[in-house]
Ligand binder design. Structure first.
Ligand SMILES: [Zn+2]
Length: 180
């Protein structure tokens, strides 16, 4: 298994607080369809070994509004989520754009802690932190972000003991027809 050097947080760039998987399809299945349209493809032997119904998804984890963590690619399987850094990284995607439910924040924190224990050398970052350092001063600054993904500053969140800022927290509403 290749070493995991980076854990990269993403957002799905969907409306904040809006469910993706409507009735039968899960968030991961919907993202799998998007990634199929973008031409992403998992290797056949990986598909056979893990999540055979998801043949395209580029992320390793997807966190839904209710805090449920769905798996995509297997840990150790090369992802398709951040240009130039896919080889030794894990990709985690939060449903939403820049505001997430308390359930999502709690699930993300727990997942990060678990992965950090398993891969203590892995660096945690947001997708936008891996944008090219255009002016070459060693820091990727806001004007250099090619994407806003994941919609918040991962470093600041970690420094704040994994407590999200209020503007990045939204209430959770169960999907109609969903049991509470
Ligand atoms: Zn991203």
């Amino acid at each position: 298994m290749p070493p995991i050097k980076k854990i990269v947080i993403h957002c799905a760039a969907t409306s904040n607080g809006e469910w993706l998987g409507k009735t039968t399809d899960s968030d991961a299945v919907i993202i799998d369809q998007w990634h199929k349209a973008r031409g992403f493809a998992r290797r056949k032997h990986n598909i056979r070994q893990f999540n055979p119904d998801l043949k395209h998804i580029g992320y390793h984890f997807v966190i839904g509004l209710d805090g449920r963590v769905a798996t995509g690619r297997a840990i150790g399987e090369q992802g398709a989520h951040v240009k130039g850094h896919n080889k030794h990284s894990l990709g985690i995607c939060l449903i939403g754009t820049d505001a997430f439910t308390r359930e999502q924040w709690a699930a993300l924190t727990e997942l990060i802690h678990r992965l950090s224990r398993q891969y203590p050398d892995a660096v945690l970052c947001g997708h936008r932190d891996l944008s090219p350092d255009i002016d070459g001063d060693g820091t990727v600054e806001p004007h250099e972000w090619t994407k806003i993904c994941p919609g918040f500053d991962v470093g600041e969140w970690v420094d704040n003991d994994f407590a999200p800022w209020p503007e990045h927290v939204i209430p959770f509403y169960a999907m109609p027809g969903m049991s509470e």
